[in-house]
Design a binder for this molecule. Structure first.
Ligand SMILES: Cc1ncc(COP(=O)(O)O)c(C=O)c1O
Length: 433
């Protein structure tokens, strides 16, 4: 019998150029990619097509929460796929209900909507806010300068960085950007059309900058005063990355003021994705109880939102995180990594400007004009430094032109953190002086 799809021509394995050629001929070139192609991974290591081993401290940009090829994820994928991969959201199934319940328990009374990505989780929050303000003609959402909220049209409109908007104007109306951590500027920016404020607890793409406790608490009071929704984008900084389920819980844990009028601080909506599925695409937003029913039947939806397979994987990840106490691991190993990087910043002030972040969301800002940094001077320092680390067998993520991000698996081991610090130090030492 003739094959319907002809057999592919034999691909020469272990050949990076063959794969790159496939991409250059067939894949939309919307990503700036590094010259690396991977075949497999285990825990916090991945292997490229030439068999070279890398320590993965980038975690697929805060996605691979349990590392690569975690046996519990593999087992869940196999078992659930034998039972039920997908049913439409026209019907009920247990994994979606159980995952929603688990997320509600981790935050506060409210309800959860499931989708497929971080951008889509934020889209849901935008629609929630629009619905909330609709009858009063309010629709405007204030976001922060340097924020990042995804690549859909509303996502780039919400994002406080010009580079993502360029070439795609006009933007979706109803978004304005206000300097981060500046409460007074936020107060002054509120207009009669404003309906919500959206911020990241720790800005990721913007270069690992965290909200201050005073800012979070001040925003809550401001939103209460002006009847606005306070929305948080926890897509990158959420899911125990900072040592607590959501970053605001970590940021406020030592704050004397962490309660307002004896109520614990709570946003009205939270977007999630990335680490939630550990590499399986799933996103979600949680909405606080008074607003949880605003999006009634027929107002919002997506075909693949909260499939049995995605929810089973996300539930298993939560179970492993809780059983193995990976929140504390993120806090402790993150603290160890951060103090190691701070020591390097002290030892090599001409190379490392400063170190920022919480738990396993860390940023290392390079000093300007690193004369010995190899690579094309037309490229940013962060890209060139990440390339230097690749050559030394370490994956990290650039943010902007100057910052290197570490967003590894939540189960990173002390020995792996030490390995990473050693590689970073030897790269820095070559650039010093
Ligand atoms: C804070 C934040 N929000 C939203 C997004 C978009 O998520 P996704 O790429 O899954 O659409 C990202 C992605 O990096 C992010 O960091």
């Amino acid at each position: 019998m003739k094959d319907i799809v002809p057999a592919p021509p034999p691909m020469v394995h272990n050949q990076f150029e063959t794969i790159r050629e496939l991409f250059s001929k067939n894949v939309v070139p919307s990503y700036g990619r590094f010259d690396l192609a991977f075949t497999h991974g285990a825990s916090s290591h991945v292997f490229d097509v030439a068999g070279k081993r890398y320590l993965d401290l980038g975690g697929g940009i805060a996605v691979t929460s349990l590392g690569h090829s975690h046996p519990a994820i593999t087992k869940t994928l196999i078992e659930q796929s034998k039972k039920l991969l997908h049913v439409s959201n026209l019907y009920y199934h247990e994994p979606q209900g159980r995952l929603a319940e688990a997320i509600v328990k981790l935050i506060a009374p409210g309800k959860v909507f499931f989708c497929n990505s971080g951008a889509e989780a934020n889209e849901g929050l935008f629609k929630l806010a629009r619905k909330f303000g609709h009858d009063e003609g309010r629709f405007e959402i204030l976001t922060a300068t340097n924020s990042f909220h995804g690549r859909t049209l509303a996502g780039i409109s919400a994002t406080g960085q010009e580079k993502v908007k360029k070439g795609f104007e006009p933007m979706t109306p109803g978004f304005r950007h206000v300097p981060y951590n500046d409460l007074q500027a936020m107060r002054e920016a509120i207009s009669p059309a404003t309906v919500a404020i959206l911020i990241e607890g720790v800005q990721g793409e913007g270069g690992v900058t965290q909200a201050t406790p005073e800012y979070l608490l001040g925003l809550r009071a401001l939103c209460d005063e002006k009847k606005l929704l306070l929305l948080m984008d926890g897509v990158q900084c959420g899911h125990f990355r900072t040592g607590r389920f959501q970053s605001f819980q970590r940021i406020l844990e030592n704050s004397q003021l962490s309660t307002l009028n004896s109520q614990p601080f709570l946003p009205d909506g939270i977007a999630m994705a990335k680490s939630l599925g550990g590499g399986f695409p799933i996103g979600a937003f949680w909405a606080r109880a008074p607003y949880a029913d605003l999006l009634g039947a027929g107002t919002h939806g997506t075909t693949f939102g909260g499939t049995p397979l995605g929810c089973a994987v996300a539930l298993k990840i939560l179970e492993v995180i809780q059983r193995e106490n990976l929140a504390d691991n993120a806090r402790n190993i993150g603290g160890f990594l951060k103090s190691g990087l701070e020591q390097l910043a002290q030892k090599y002030p001409g190379v490392i400007h400063n170190v920022r972040g919480l738990g396993l969301m860390l940023g290392m800002e390079l000093a300007p004009n690193l004369a010995k940094l190899p690579g094309d001077p037309a490229k940013s320092q962060s890209l060139r430094f990440v390339n230097v680390l690749h050559a030394a067998g370490l994956l990290t993520i650039p943010a902007g032109t100057q910052v290197i991000r570490l967003l590894p698996a939540l189960n990173l081991r002390p020995s792996e953190a030490e390995e990473g610090l050693k590689i970073i130090e030897s790269a820095i030492a070559k650039l010093a002086g």
